[in-house]
Design a protein around this ligand. Sequence first.
Ligand code: ADP
Ligand code: MG
Length: 381
Amino acid sequence: MIVLLSVCIILALSFSFELTKGLIFDFRTIPFIFGLLYGGPRMGAILLVVLLSYRFAIGGEGVWAVLITYLILYVSGCFTWKHYQEMSIRKRYLTTIGFMLLTVLLLFISTAILFGSFAFFDIVFWLNFTIIHVVGVIIFIHLIEMMLQNYQLRNEMIRNEKSEVISQLAASIAHEVRNPLTTTSGVIQLLLKDEVKDEEKRKELLKLAKQELKQAESVISDYLLVARPYQNKVETLSIDEILYRSIEIIRPMANMNNINIVSELENNCYVTGEVQKLHQSFLNLIKNGIEAMPNGGTLTVKCKIIKGQSKVQITIADTGIGMSKHQIECIGDPYYSTKENGTGLGMMVVYRIIEGMGGKIKVYSELEKGTEFKILLPQTD
Ligand code: ADP
Ligand code: MG
């Protein structure tokens, strides 16, 4: 933003308008105020330096008037900036327009003082000057607010994608929990009816019930680990453990689809990051693998340390439908999906999370053969 706005300022100053000799007008205030209000005092200061240096370099009369005018604007901008962030869009428009009017007023006064009279009072000029400033800044705000909204929308989509994964998992998890519950309730029924007289047999049945309940509990706690909102806690994580849990949580879904999961997890693959984000990345990759094998197949999940490079390598491969060259290029682009009910956000989230951790992702895929994702993450000792 600093670069863009600086260019705007320099262009505005280069294509200025000379009212009479030595009296130069232009629209540099628009990018300046804009940067100050959206970017804060620091960005404003940099833009101010750019503006003033270029203005001084050009020279001409009124340099001191410019200096005072922009210092006043800068200081008032600094005071407004904090509140500006919390304002509604309507108030932002009004505030920024207010700043434009203040600029015109300050320029008008300083011109009058500089020349000692209102000799340059040309009402048509000042009217035009004011209107263009106001309209210009309205267009500027409109564009940036649209961009900000887009950005927020995209973040929201990522969150929705997560809830979609979670609700899909919920269906298979519920299934997985029901079986142990059915067994347990059967056992209790038997015991209640007093049909089992043998003490040994009773104990065995109770043991079975306990085991089944424990199984249900572990399924639920695995699920909760993923379903909880992000906590943004960065810590040392063991990749093999996270992969193991991801596999366990997805196993019911794999079973329903006739998919065999093969895992080779080397111990003590440590990296630094946020557990839930990594969990989600792996789940997204594994889920894609499962979805690529509608007629069953094998899903391979591996992790190992690459000693020479201090990296942890994770491999997630399927024997599914594979991807064309074009698909490989598009993968990770937001909303790119070849599935009927796909969101096209799963891979984007994966790329963001892995790249955010300083990692890299490679894709190897062949149509009808399968796909392999290789992830390299920096190792933590
Ligand atoms: P979604 O799963 O909602 O379609 P993703 O971002 O997870 O969105 O994936 C984007 C696209 O990448 C998929 O629609 C699919 O075409 C392709 N893709 C991802 N993983 C695989 C895979 N393991 N095998 C084949 N195609 C895949
Ligand atoms: Mg997906």
